[in-house]
Design a binder for this molecule. Sequence first.
Ligand code: GLA
Length: 381
Amino acid sequence: MNAIIKDDIVKKFKQRFPNDPIVVKSPGRINLIGEHTDYNEGYVFPAAIDKGITAAFSKSKNAFCTIVSLDFEEVMELHLDDVKAIPKGNWRNYIIGVVGEIQKKGIQLEPFDMVFTGDIPKGAGLSSSAALENAVAYGLNDLFDLGLSKHELIFISQKAEHHYVGVRCGIMDQFASMFGEEDRALLLDCRNLEFKTYPLEFEDYQVMLINTNVSHSLVDAEYNDRRAVCEKVANLLDVPFLRDANEASLYQIKDQLTEVEYQKALYVIQENDRVLRAGKMLEDGDLQGFGELLFEAHGGIQHQFKVSCPELDFLVEKGKAHPDVIGSRMMGGGFGGCTINILKKDAVASYSEEISKQYKDTFGKDCSIYFVKLSQGTHKI
Ligand code: GLA
């Protein structure tokens, strides 16, 4: 599979540029549980998937970089002495951002050419942005022999998103995309980046994603607002991050908070705890309990943290009412994108059909169903 993808992109690269490129594959991610906990230095449970960005790079013969998006059929010329975010730059700012953040480290880059394509549905909450950032960071590190570690690369990717895209994201997406392992999910401590891996193969159950096809891309301000609330509460509690708070300490400052702020902080504290319980349940083989936690987590996202939307809530409610679905919740930053569902293998076909019809009848548009394989993180192919 990788060989075919590689041949294809190399061919397209060579149609435009003279040099033989290196080719990097950088995956998107799912997240089992642990939403909006990463920037609170808490716990998350993501995995890299077999959908991602494939990018080819070589040094350029020109005095500037030429970057080609095959999917958007767009080309960008980038001059390395003038690297700044473009208003409404879309995919461009992820690349510009990574280049800019590498330069901020005092590293002198030379002009390069890049051609890329991807198969992660955009706005689905599967981190196409982190996959692209990591592809660029990894590719340039390799091409110019920069000697940066994978940890340095993910922080470059994250800062690109903060400073050039304007989303103050946590580290989950970049970490999962870079450090993902085949067939394993990673229970990650976002404070020290230590993680434990878990297989995700169950005898009678499997993971299925349902995309609402509501794009979450217009909600950067909402995301940053949630982060600001968490920081405000942590400050009032006099702790570095909400990771360091507990329900009792939060309760003590309740009268200094609005109910909305209180519920948001409470959600984060409870969600951190759910991630740890989820890991324990998988270790104990308690899949039903694990599924229950997913439903519970969605309740928190919907009612306390308030980053869901009617389409996501609908899908989760339908899952809850179905005897073969043992867990379901929205995944990623929120306001659209996918739900992650755990359901009986032999119910997959009938449930897919049923939920697709119900979704269409209710919202007048289609949902999309995906099955993913857990895959290796960003690497050269
Ligand atoms: C987005 C961000 C992540 C994380 C999730 C929510 O995907 O990029 O850092 O905060 O939202 O869990």
